[in-house]
Design a protein around this ligand. Structure first.
Ligand SMILES: Cc1ncc(COP(=O)(O)O)c(C=O)c1O
Length: 344
């Protein structure tokens, strides 16, 4: 039976503007062969890789709320930037195609090959119609300056430009994951499981929203965020955006940095470079359950879960949930690393 707090969150979500881009209510599935291979707790997976838009992933949910703001503002053009193999940019390209907006992407190269190769997400976003500029390095400050300059130039030429993930809309991305938390709580009840931990690949809004949603509905589930990059005050920012989202939803909760458990010990060499543990975890899930993760994000989070099961940190009698945030198209942008992993 749904609690009053769950109904309150559900109604607050229903009152927000939203554009339909994919599917929500993604399945919660049991992973019997993966669990048996690890000889630990029963692992369940929340299939947010199946959200549908342009190969799916966690950003579909976020774009349904943030692109509603773009539509409301009358935007005809979107400017954004991230890494060449960004899943956000791939899904944003899908959203822009569906909404009839022009997308300009300014992307930074994390690896030498990113400067020239058109593969994986960087192929898909072009097929979806994005105009792509690839920078020759990964200087984030220079990238931000170029994004701002591009947006200014397009405005001067008469376009109505929307730049997503700014301070006035980033809480909409958080809200999308509060919704995923609500689904998860209800699905666990339906499956009659009582997990203590939810593992997820998260640097930012995904974990923020999951934690906000779980606290807002009074769930005791705890989120273990595994960061794909080295942290810089991430928990502080998570608390800030969570409270901004709580305000927008009129929820009676205030979060602090201490509410966020975010672990960057599974990054490996650095962001954007696959890790040996991640590749091993990717193969294990693929070969026991037929589910693919990606080399940069979800496989590193899966590696965290595998390590914690193997070390005995997760008791075998308590089920655990892994939120699959998607990203598998990046496999085709990391072919060399993938082939090398096959030989290990
Ligand atoms: C597949 C995948 N998982 C997880 C994340 C992390 O999401 P967030 O930055 O909202 O925490 C990303 C971000 O791009 C992603 O592409």
């Amino acid at each position: 039976m749904s609690s009053a707090l769950e109904s309150k969150l559900e109604m607050a979500l229903a009152n927000l503007q939203r554009v339909r881009l994919g599917v929500d209510n993604t399945p919660l599935e049991h992973l019997p062969r993966f669990s048996a291979a690890l000889d630990g707790p029963q692992v369940w997976i929340k299939r947010d890789d199946l959200t549908g838009l342009a190969f799916g992933g966690n950003k579909t949910r976020m774009l349904e709320y943030s692109m509603a703001a773009a539509v409301e503002r009358g935007a005809d053009t979107v400017v954004f930037g991230a890494a060449v193999q960004s899943n956000y940019c791939r899904q944003l390209a899908g959203a822009c195609a569906k909404l009839g907006m022009t997308l300009h992407l300014v992307l930074r190269s994390e690896r030498e090959i990113d400067r020239t190769a058109i593969s994986g997400n960087n192929l898909v976003q072009r097929l979806l119609g994005a105009h792509v500029t690839v920078l020759s390095d990964n200087d984030r400050d220079r990238q931000q300056e170029m994004i701002a300059a591009k947006a200014e130039a397009l405005r001067a030429a008469g376009h109505n430009v929307f730049v997503p993930r700014q301070d006035d809309t980033v809480d909409l991305d958080v809200i999308a994951y509060a919704e995923s938390a609500l689904e998860l709580v209800r699905q666990c009840r339906q499956e009659e499981i009582d997990p203590r931990y939810v593992y997820v690949c998260a640097a930012d809004t995904t974990q923020t929203g999951l934690v906000l949603g779980l606290i807002a509905v009074g769930s005791p589930m705890l989120v273990k965020g595994i960061n794909p990059a080295f942290k810089k005050d991430n928990e502080k920012r998570m608390a800030w955006t969570a409270n901004q989202a709580a305000d927008r939803l009129d929820l009676d909760v205030t979060l602090t940095a201490a509410d966020f458990d975010n672990d960057d010990s599974f990054v490996g060499e650095r962001y954007g470079i696959p890790s040996a543990e991640g590749m091993a975890a990717l193969r294990l899930l693929a070969q026991t359950e037929g589910i693919l993760t990606d080399p940069v994000y979800s496989s590193k989070a899966l590696a965290g879960l595998v390590a914690h099961i193997r070390s005995g940190a997760l008791p075998p009698h308590e089920p655990v949930v892994f939120v699959h945030t998607g990203g598998a198209p990046a496999i085709f942008g990391y072919t060399e690393e993938m082939v090398a992993a096959l030989e290990e």
